[in-house]
Structure formats: structure tokens, C-alpha cells
Design a protein around this ligand. Structure first.
Ligand SMILES: CC(C)(COP(=O)(O)OP(=O)(O)OC[C@H]1O[C@@H](n2cnc3c(N)ncnc32)[C@H](O)[C@@H]1OP(=O)(O)O)[C@@H](O)C(=O)NCCC(=O)NCCS
Length: 170
């Protein structure tokens, strides 16, 4: 079993993240089909790194090597989220580097991110993810990590809302 850990995203990680977003599967499912430029990456992620935008961004480390990207945020800071602005909830987004996809890493990485980052905040009781319904690798990895379809009004057709509650022992 690989050793999974997270370190905060740093400005020096942006070229690495940009490279991941320029290749499949992240290009299609995370970048919307167009690789962001360096300037676009800085505009989007530097305010998050500096804490000016309340989205916390992390590099996934597999046995010490950068293997992916995860971010989490409180729904109350994003009232337009499909799950609404409930105060005890977080959302997450994630991707693996192209070299790391297809090896079964996604579910263990999600579980590690929930345990090590998302549910470390004591007031966060539930975490949502909202993949595109056709993004089968994302949906299946979320289900394998214990997420299930959220009992909420169905959001837009291009979003499948899944949720996982804080485990009792964490
Ligand atoms: C989503 C992502 C992290 C999943 O990682 P992965 O390494 O591809 O997934 P895994 O190898 O762990 O496989 C997860 C499951 O999806 C299945 N799967 C993988 N690719 C698939 C595909 N193209 N079609 C159908 N199922 C697929 C696997 O068989 C596995 O199923 P199982 O758990 O029932 O055995 C990765 O594909 C990725 O980074 N995608 C781009 C970013 C993204 O989509 N993020 C999610 C936004 S919410």
C-alpha cells in the first residue's frame, strides 16, 4: 500500500499542475477541454494559495512523489453549489497525474484526503463531490471511497451529486 500524504499547493507547483491539466483525463474532465495558460493558472490558483479565496489546494504525494491535486472548500462560501450553502458541509475536486491514472489510486487517495484534510475540520460533517455523470472513472472511484448519491433535489443534468458523511471514528 503506498504512503499517501498531502502538502499545500505552492506557486512553484503551477507548471506541474498545468502539465497535468494539459493531458487526458484531466484535460477533458477538469480543464473543460482547453489547457489553461500559465497566466490563467496564476489568476486562478495564486489567490487560493494566498488565502484570498477560500479554497484550500493540495498536492497528493504518493510515497513522497507528486501524484495528483485535490482541493476542498466550505459550501457556505459557495452558495451556488448544487448541494446548497449548508454550514456543516465541504466540497472537493481532485485529479491524478496522467502517469498515476488507471492503477486504482483514486479511491485510496480520496479516503486519505477526507481523513487527513477535509474531516480534520471538526465542524465538517459531510463532503460532496459533483462529477459529470459520464465521468465514469470519477464516479466509480467516489463510490469506492464510500460516497453515495446525495438525497437532495437533482442538480443540473451535467452534474451527479455524491456525498460521504464523516465516519463515526474520525
Ligand atoms: C477521476 C480519476 C482521479 C480516477 O482515477 P483513475 O486512476 O482513473 O481511477 P482508478 O484506476 O482508481 O479506477 C477507478 C474506477 O473507475 C473505473 N474506470 C477507470 N477508468 C474508466 C473508464 N474510462 N470508464 C469506466 N470506468 C473506468 C475503474 O475500473 C475503477 O472501477 P472500480 O473501482 O469499480 O474497480 C482520474 O481519472 C482523473 O484524474 N480524472 C481527471 C480529473 C477528474 O475527472 N476529476 C474528478 C472531478 S469530480
Amino acid at each position: 500500500m503506498p504512503r499517501l500524504a498531502f502538502r499545500p499547493l505552492a506557486p512553484s507547483d503551477l507548471p506541474l499542475l498545468g502539465g497535468w491539466l494539459a493531458e487526458e483525463p484531466a484535460l477533458r474532465w477538469y480543464a473543460g477541454g482547453r489547457a489553461p495558460t500559465g497566466a490563467e493558472l496564476e489568476t486562478k490558483y495564486l489567490p487560493r494559495i494566498l488565502g484570498e479565496v477560500p479554497v484550500s489546494c493540495w498536492i497528493l504525494l504518493r510515497d513522497g512523489h507528486a501524484a495528483g491535486f485535490c482541493q476542498t472548500y466550505r459550501l457556505r462560501d459557495f452558495p451556488d453549489h448544487p448541494a446548497g450553502a449548508r454550514p456543516d458541509a465541504a466540497g472537493l475536486d481532485y485529479l491524478l497525474s496522467p502517469a498515476e491514472t488507471g492503477h486504482g489510486l483514486a479511491a485510496p487517495a480520496l479516503l486519505a484526503f477526507l481523513r487527513q484534510v477535509v474531516f480534520r475540520a471538526p465542524d465538517i460533517l459531510i463532503c460532496y463531490a459533483d462529477p459529470h455523470p459520464d465521468n465514469l472513472a470519477a464516479v466509480r472511484s467516489l463510490l469506492r471511497a464510500g460516497f453515495s448519491p446525495a438525497p437532495l433535489p437533482p442538480p443540473a443534468a451535467d452534474v451527479l451529486l455524491l456525498a460521504r458523511r464523516r465516519p463515526l471514528q474520525s
